[in-house]
Design a protein around this ligand. Structure first.
Ligand code: XLS
Ligand code: NI
Ligand code: NI
Length: 438
């Protein structure tokens, strides 16, 4: 165990029920409460994002960091890495999160040589392994930061300079090794710089072919070295690049299909990325689920007035209920989970704020899970949708759906009927039905 307690005065956060007014207790998230066939903990599989929570110090394009994390005060990089990890495991244990996610260089700062970086990473992996043994916290997924270093300004796997692509390969190999060593259930690719700023200097076709080649190499390496978890692609339309190749779920699926990568990759859907692509989160989840590729989610929320990834903590129970309907409908998480890719605001500078943020997010998802489960149990919503399409379950409608009719048949059948009567879509009725459970 760590010698030092970073979150002093905060005990393990427990469930106290909806009537509690203790700001450091859960009012809905009750880890071992059964909801259908699984406990809340098994359904939701919460993960803490190492980058926002322990590394993100509140800097923005207009100002210096505001957060004085005591674990980042150490004298040298490894020392800071160890302290940060001690703080992370203390936090994750106190909040009761079963998982975490990291980028390679969230764990420890990159060194000034390949060798030094690898040495540091190795030390951090050993430290994490020992923490995982002492606690029940596990790794949901690992990833490589292929966007922060200046060498990636023109892309990582899609960089026009092969030497930079090789650097990205070095990083992904190490990040995969770390993920495998720590028993990670997944490995994520988020391509913030895999895209372009101007088409005038870009060979888009070539870059996309390189990206596919690179992903295939990572898959082969992972599989050959014992990685049995899921590979995820995390769609995002823009920011930091102007045009990103993994624009949204549909774009990613068509890319994976084109390059024959669909068998090994699933999607990691992030709320704020969905809204940046002008979709709802639910829409993106459903597109992934329809292809059998709904792997994991990055939970956060955007801002209605701002057009960028504000990564706020989720708090809209109605919207989350709609999302949980899709997730439960698709059979729930297998290797994936709910990673809070969210950060406290720049002016939330107390360490306790990190607890309030996660408690709020976890409670919001717990309420949404309860509501969505009850809605599915009740069955009216499902029946309504089934009924809406029931003309395809019999007679000519069924023949059409199974490909037994021609366009001429349709034309002949249309002539037999009078003008179809109006059938209401009843959106408001259905919305009220959801409200009853929220
Ligand atoms: C950035 C992404 C990033 C990924 C991991 O917008 O959400 O945090 O989740 O690289
Ligand atoms: Ni994300
Ligand atoms: Ni994001």
């Amino acid at each position: 165990m760590a010698k030092h307690e970073y979150f002093q005065g905060i005990k393990r956060v427990t469930y106290e029920g909806p009537r509690s007014d203790n700001p450091l207790a859960f009012r809905y998230y009750n880890a071992n409460q059964r909801v259908g066939k699984k406990t809340m903990k098994e359904h939701l599989r919460f993960a803490i994002a190492y980058w926002h929570t322990f590394t993100g110090m509140g800097a923005d394009p207009f100002g210096a960091p505001t957060k004085k994390f005591p674990w980042l005060q150490g004298a040298d990089a490894l020392d800071r890495g160890f302290r940060k990890m001690d703080a992370a495991f203390e936090f994750m244990t106190k909040i009761g999160a079963p998982y975490y996610c990291f980028h390679d260089f969230d764990l420890v700062e990159e060194g000034d040589s390949w060798k030094e970086s690898e040495r540091r990473l190795q030390k951090m992996v050993d430290h994490a392994r020992s923490w995982q043994r002492q606690t029940e916290v596990k790794l949901l997924w690992g990833t490589a930061n292929l966007f922060a270093h200046p060498r990636y300004m023109n892309g990582a796997a899609t960089n026009p300079d092969f030497r930079v692509v090789a650097c990205a390969g070095w990083q992904v190999k190490n990040a995969l090794d770390a993920t495998i060593a720590l028993g990670g259930a997944g490995y994520t690719f988020w391509g913030g710089r895999e895209g372009y700023l101007s088409l005038l200097n870009t060979d888009m076709k070539r870059e996309q072919e390189h990206l596919a080649r690179f992903l295939g190499m990572a898959r082969d390496y992972g599989r050959a070295n014992g990685f049995k978890g899921s590979f995820y692609i995390e769609p995002k339309p823009m920011e930091p690049s102007k045009h990103q190749y993994d624009f949204d779920a549909a774009t990613c699926l068509s890319f994976l299909r084109e390059f024959d990568l669909l068998d090994d990759f699933k999607l990691n859907i992030e709320v704020n990325h969905a809204t940046l692509a002008q979709h709802t989160f639910q829409h993106e989840l459903q597109v992934a689920a329809n292809a059998g590729k709904l792997g994991s989610i990055d939970a956060n929320r955007g801002d209605y007035q701002n057009g960028w990834d504000t990564d706020q903590f989720p708090n809209n129970v109605y919207e989350l209920t709609e999302a949980m309907l899709v997730i439960l409908g698709a059979g729930g998480f297998k290797t994936g989970g709910i990673n809070f890719d969210a950060k406290t605001r720049r002016n939330s500078t107390d360490l306790t704020d990190i607890f309030y943020a996660h408690i709020g997010g976890m409670d919001a998802f717990a309420r949404a899970l309860l509501a969505a489960h009850a809605i599915l149990e009740d069955g009216e919503l499902k029946d309504f949708v089934r009924q809406r399409y029931s003309s395809f379950d019999k007679g000519a409608g069924k023949q059409f759906a199974s490909g037994k009719l021609t366009l001429s048949d349709l034309s002949r059948i249309a002539g037999v009927f009078p003008e179809p009567e109006q059938i209401s879509g009843r959106q408001e009725y259905i919305e009220n039905l959801i409200s009853r459970y929220v």
